[in-house]
Design a protein around this ligand. Structure first.
Ligand SMILES: Cc1ncc(COP(=O)(O)O)c(C=O)c1O
Length: 408
């Protein structure tokens, strides 16, 4: 990435430098840094709403005869005020993946009928907890799940999560792929389908939904692969389930992390949906997490030190990978930015405060001089950051704030 690209690729109306001052959602970041302690995640609900509305517009363009539903994948970010605000938009339901997530969604105002549950490795306790939530729709991801759910809910309508043995992810990152050449735990494979149908019949279960989510973070260049995934699922699974009314094509819509990524072309995305569902009588569900919230969040950090070691200029901050694990786990770079930008840029490596070699936020980031600046910001921290945080080294403390969607 060149110096200029590092300064430009992420800029948009609500996240940009103006007169050398970084603004996010109408606030100078230096003001946010003074107002909120470090480390703090700050989310912009205006941006969340825009992202959601953009997805809805693309679904409209897809001209789906039986309509569509957006289920926000709350594993991306389950912050209560955010979920409550989402509920109030009326623009989405919820994709939940644990009984506790179901509880959290309901406590933020979502009705069981607005929640779709998809998860694996369910314990007896999980199944019992889910069965107590009247109106909850459950996708069974294995023969085990069909049996466990059928035993408690004979005659129910269910979905099945399937695995077409092919997936789609950002830049073919196999850590972000849920289905592919290597067997995964996710979903029912084609060769298991006969057994799945037989089990459903045994318990009088009606399979009214087929669900697949085969990977995360796909962008425009991966759309042909997503297209093939849908085609395979329709042919191998949906065609063999006569009672199916709904097809859930999962989440996985990505946002750019580096200059070359570019944004996901939703026009092309909606054309893929139109191609497969424009002439079929299925209601279509999608369950994005990242696309809705990731670029709506920043992580405010305090600068702790600056020092050159063996020709590398290190900048330390007061939080490590444990509170936002994606850069370390999935090699997804979270661009660091300075609240004020002036003068020439130089390359620095931004590191956290955890005693692990992988605790590097960003290698060779272009940043301005940080002299007189106490803070740094990481962008793209709205998804899979706070929700995946741990207390490693007992440094799990952080706070979350939602900037309400109001005129400023
Ligand atoms: C079943 C399921 N649906 C939806 C999602 C959301 O994915 P993303 O945040 O990439 O859109 C996930 C995430 O892994 C998932 O496992």
């Amino acid at each position: 990435m060149t110096e200029q690209e590092a300064l430009q690729w992420w800029q948009r109306d609500d996240l940009c430098y103006r007169g050398g001052e970084l603004f996010f959602s109408g606030f100078a970041v230096s003001t946010l840094a003074k107002r909120f302690c470090s480390p703090s995640f700050v989310y912009s609900f205006a941006r969340v709403r825009q992202n959601l509305e953009r997805v809805h517009a693309a679904l409209e363009d897809a001209k789906l005869p039986m309509g569509s539903t957006v289920l926000y994948a709350m594993k991306a970010n389950r912050f209560g005020p955010l979920l409550t605000s989402l509920q109030q938009t009326g623009l989405c339901g919820i994709d939940a993946c644990s009984p506790k997530e179901v509880e959290q969604a309901m406590s933020c105002g979502f009705l069981p009928e607005q929640i779709s549950f998809t998860a694996g490795s369910l314990s007896r306790r999980d199944v019992q907890a889910l069965a107590r939530v009247e109106g909850l729709f459950v996708d069974c991801d294995s023969l085990h799940a069909i049996k466990a759910w059928g035993e408690l809910n004979p005659g129910a309508h269910i979905g099945i999560r399937v695995n077409p043995a092919m997936g789609v992810s950002r830049a073919d990152n196999d850590k972000l792929q849920y289905a592919g050449a290597t067997a995964t735990k996710f979903g029912i494979y084609e060769e298991q389908l006969d057994d799945a149908l037989a089990l459903a019949q045994q318990f009088g279960l009606k399979i009214t939904k087929v669900h697949f989510h085969t990977g995360c973070g796909y962008l425009t260049s991966e759309l042909p692969q997503w297209d093939s995934v849908i085609a395979a699922c329709l042919e191998k699974f949906v065609a063999r389930c006569p009672d199916v009314k709904t097809v859930n094509v999962g989440g996985g819509l990505g946002v750019p992390h580096v200059a070359n990524d570019g944004t996901l072309d939703l026009g092309k995305w909606s054309a893929v949906l139109h191609k497969h569902f424009g002439h079929r009588k299925f209601h279509v569900e999608i369950e994005p997490g990242e696309y809705i919230v990731k670029d709506a969040g920043i992580l405010l950090l305090e600068k702790t030190f600056e020092e050159t070691k063996q020709f590398t200029r290190f900048v330390g901050v007061d939080a490590g990978f444990n509170i936002a694990p994606e850069p370390a786990y999935y090699s997804l770079p979270f661009q660091p930015l300075a609240p004020r930008c002036s003068g020439a840029l130089r390359k620095v490596t931004v590191v956290g405060n955890i005693n692990e070699a992988l605790d590097v936020w960003y290698r060779d980031a272009w940043l301005p001089s940080l002299e007189g600046q106490d803070s740094l910001v990481l962008i793209n921290a709205g998804a899979y950051s706070a929700s995946m945080a741990s207390n490693h080294c007992m440094r799990g403390e952080m706070r979350e704030f939602l900037l309400a969607d109001v005129e400023r």
